[in-house]
Design a protein around this ligand. Sequence first.
Ligand SMILES: [Zn+2]
Length: 75
Amino acid sequence: MGYPQSAFREELEVQRIAKCPVCSEKVPLDIDYSVVKKAKRFPVTVRVEHEDHYFYVNLDSFGSVTDILHPELVE
Ligand SMILES: [Zn+2]
């Protein structure tokens, strides 16, 4: 059983909010969803730049954030 096509809004740059694990501010995510389209395995990890630091988010195949990762957990 498949999911409806509309479940993956590839045309939209959907902005989501993540709480930055480094500074605890709420950060609007502006993710290029072509990385989700091109990914072969999920979740796909995307680096998010925030001011003078960065963190990572995991995205599922629909572009939804499944995890927010502190950079020390990844590197
Ligand atoms: Zn931050």
